[in-house]
Design a protein around this ligand. Structure first.
Ligand code: GYE
Length: 320
């Protein structure tokens, strides 16, 4: 079997080359009315994704009907039904959880409205949507683990902060991470708890763990997103633990605040999740409405970011 070293170098190599920016294609989709059922506003990445989608629609002259799902599936289902009532040209759904969509997606299909899934996945019959625009969450988990394995020479007891229970993002990132650390007999997840992708919950969960566990046994925190990682780092500081040094922190999203935390030495690595999914989704809708073939899956990719480039990344992302 190929060596761990070979496996890690492949994972990291892939991460460094796979960034494909999308550019606003003015007027492509102009005049369309598109319903957008968003998860909510639970994280800085989510709000960046929403802002990028609204800006992309404006640039193209698309009438975007945006609904904040408030992290609640019933609210999203009600939004889809209102889009059907309004007779929109197409629907974009960012599902909060994976299951429970078949019924309403059948209603959308019966109304003859094409639907695109963005970001997290659904278990509904694939014939109920014509494409999905998303990142490879398993790969993100592998990348985070590959970095941690290298940073700790494969010896590390880990606390995992999980994302929303029932979301494909949390499940797949966990699968990818565990796949890589399973190659290292001295890397273990000692504790795993959900912080629902929320910064406050990241704080509260870490605060509870610090109160109940011997933190001298913990080498790192693996957080499914940056917001929970920033909350956890604050909880550590409030308990006199030096995050980023006493305990390493690796997470996902690459939001501006994580680069600030890296600049302060409080976190160590993040895997980027591109918030620019609207461009490919709008292009796919226009192509589909024109009767063209559209791939079933459209990938957005991101790289691994470390403190060495944090200041530049922070400047680049906050000046856009
Ligand atoms: O990582 C997190 C957000 O669905 C993959 O959702 C996305 C995740 C993202 O709450 O910040």
């Amino acid at each position: 079997m190929r060596s761990r070293k070979f496996f890690l170098s492949i994972v990291v190599l892939v991460s460094l080359i796979a960034v494909f920016p999308t550019f606003a294609q003015d007027n492509v989709g102009s005049g369309l009315t598109i319903g957008f059922a968003q998860v909510g506003t639970e994280s800085a990445w989510r709000t960046a994704f929403t802002a990028a989608t609204i800006a992309e629609a404006e640039a193209r002259g698309i009438n975007l009907l945006y609904v904040d799902g408030q992290n609640n599936q019933d609210t999203q289902i009600a939004a889809l039904r209102s889009f059907i009532q309004q007779g929109v040209d197409a629907i974009i759904l960012a599902p909060v959880v994976e299951t429970g969509w078949d019924q309403v997606l059948q209603e959308v299909q019966a109304a003859g409205i094409p639907l695109v899934i963005v970001d997290r996945n659904v278990t509904a019959d694939p014939s109920l949507y014509f494409t999905r625009v998303a990142s490879d969450f398993v790969h993100e988990g592998r990348l985070a683990a590959a970095w941690l394995a290298q940073a700790t020479a494969g010896v590390c007891n880990i606390v995992e902060l999980e994302g929303t229970v029932g979301s494909s993002a949390a499940r797949d990132r966990q699968i990818g991470f565990n796949e890589v650390i399973s190659l290292f007999p001295n890397m273990h997840i000692l504790l795993s708890q959900s912080g629902d992708f929320l910064r406050d919950s990241g704080y509260a969960v870490m605060d509870g763990i610090i109160a109940s566990e011997d933190m001298s046994q913990i080498c790192a925190v693996w957080s499914h997103n940056d917001d929970m990682a920033i909350g956890a780092a604050q909880a550590m500081m409030d308990h006199g633990i030096d995050p980023g040094n006493d305990i390493l922190i690796v997470s996902v999203d690459a939001i501006p605040d994580i680069f600030l935390a890296m600049m302060n030495g409080d976190t160590n690595a993040t895997v980027e999740l591109s918030p620019a999914m609207a461009g490919p989704a709008f292009d796919a809708i226009v192509a589909h409405l024109a009767g063209q073939e559209v791939p079933r899956n459209i990938a957005v990719s991101g790289g691994l970011f470390l403190p060495a480039t944090a200041a530049d990344e922070y400047a680049r992302r906050t000046q856009q």
